[in-house]
Design a protein around this ligand. Sequence first.
Ligand code: GTP
Ligand code: MG
Length: 367
Amino acid sequence: PQGATVAKFAELLGVAPNDVIKRLFMLGQVLTLTQSMSDDLVELIADDMGRKVRVVSPEEEYAVVYHDSEADLLPRPPVVTVMGHVDHGKTSLLDAIRHTGVVESEAGGITQHIGASVVEIDGRRITFIDTPGHEAFTAMRARGAQVTDVIVLVVAADDGVMPQTIEAINHAKAADVPIVVAVNKIDKPGANPDRVRQELTEYGVIPEEWGGKNMFVEVSAKKKLHIDDLLETILLQADVLELKANPNADASGFVIEANLDKGRGPVATVLIQRGTLKTGDVVVAGTSYGRVRALVDPRGTHVADAKPADPVEILGLSSVPTAGDEFRVFADERDARKLADERQLRERLAAQDAKAHMSLDDLFSRI
Ligand code: GTP
Ligand code: MG
């Protein structure tokens, strides 16, 4: 892949080619009309000529900055991730939560087939993401995307702080996400919740009752003790955050997981962060695109739309995106395909250890 030729550059900027050659020469670059300029040179010479130009990758070019006015923002449910050391009871706790939450008890213990679930308590919803420590989180965090609003840190009362407990704390700190501590297994004979509190202070996780800012709840996932307390505490924590989103916009969010389903084709579970996703919408998710054929909620029910903080399966994509990919609705199917194609191309080029550039034509046509 090449940058623009001197001639093309001059044409796009509407300047005399000779002037460009002269300026290049002053910088010690001897180039002819048909030779290509590097991205750096393009930016430098343009700047020299009083024009602000930046050569961008397709990713950047399509990276949108959403702007919602205060009036557009409505309260939304919290998105919660359960983390903790191996065997401290994350899965058991999620199971207990699902059986406590109204939505799931209605579902009658249907096996979760997507990596997220929605629980309702006192008429308020909480979205749980089931795949903690998932590589998707790292990918999303690298993009500065905040996917989870609250982290529930599960610590077994008979085992205390362990390596993955500390890892989870570090993850929460890096993402600037508040931690609610679920001190689990309090039914066990060796349980010592106060020792857990004590140990956690070393890592800056300090109970409110000790003057810190972390809420603690003692639970037993196995005996289903104080699960309501935990849910209410999560909602209290969410209240402090005043979580809001604009539901009246084209949807965008992140892919939580994706796979190829024998019967249904590519299936992506996405978390809606903004807007409302509807069947029939055209979406791009990573290098994949398509028209939404169906939306399926965590209970396996087909739904017409999905709103902020909703996890939902998308059917109808051209291929399987990657967990952590951003997804976005496009008004124009051609734009969607173009972006997906460009990303695919870029991936292929990257695979060939080459650097792909967007053509300058495309760049300047947007200035
Ligand atoms: P990984 O997914 O392997 O990291 O484990 P996990 O954190 O999901 O733990 P899991 O829920 O699988 O629980 C591990 C073991 O602890 C299982 O044998 C559970 O039955 C047991 N367990 C979980 N919660 C409790 C509890 O509240 N009390 C008691 N006594 N046992 C529990
Ligand atoms: Mg588990």
